[in-house]
Structure formats: C-alpha cells, structure tokens
Ligand binder design. Structure first.
Ligand SMILES: [Zn+2]
Length: 86
C-alpha cells in the first residue's frame, strides 16, 4: 500500500477526519504528514517550497507536523547520500 492509499484509507474510514475542511484526528494528521512530506521530497525544491508556504498559510495547525516529517526525510536522505559516497 502506498502512503497515499494509507492516507485515503484512513480519511475515508475515520469518523473524525474530514479532508475537505482539513480536519484531522491525531492519526489522520500523522498519515497526512507522512504522505505529503514524501510527495514534497519528489518535487523540484522550488515547487516543494511554494507548496510548503501554501501549507503554512492554509493549514497553520498541520504545517508543523509536515515540516517535521520533511526534516526527518531530508536527514535520512543526507545519511543515504553519505553512505553512497562512502
Ligand atoms: Zn482520523
């Protein structure tokens, strides 16, 4: 299952989450941050940055969780590059 499917599966089945209003329970916010952060990592840095600015503006309560997850993924990526470079 992809992170997107995990996210959609949670939101569709959860009585507390309502994506159109960006309302999420703790678990929902977590799977959303995982999915969104992984997606952002795939994008051009300038595009990812503009999406992060939009997230901060539109979802200020959700933004910190996404930013934390992006930082974790970036740290993992740096570690992987260090490994690849020996
Ligand atoms: Zn939920």
């Amino acid at each position: 299952m992809t992170l997107h499917e995990v996210y959609i599966g949670h939101v569709m089945g959860c009585p507390h989450c309502y994506a159109p209003k960006n309302r999420y329970c703790t678990d929902g916010a977590h799977v959303r941050a995982d999915y969104l952060a992984a997606y952002l990592m795939e994008l051009e840095p300038t595009v990812a940055k503009s999406l992060m600015r939009a997230e901060k503006r539109d979802n200020p309560s959700l933004f910190p969780g996404v930013a934390d997850r992006v930082r974790e993924l970036q740290a993992e990526q740096v570690v992987q590059e260090d490994l690849a470079n020996g």
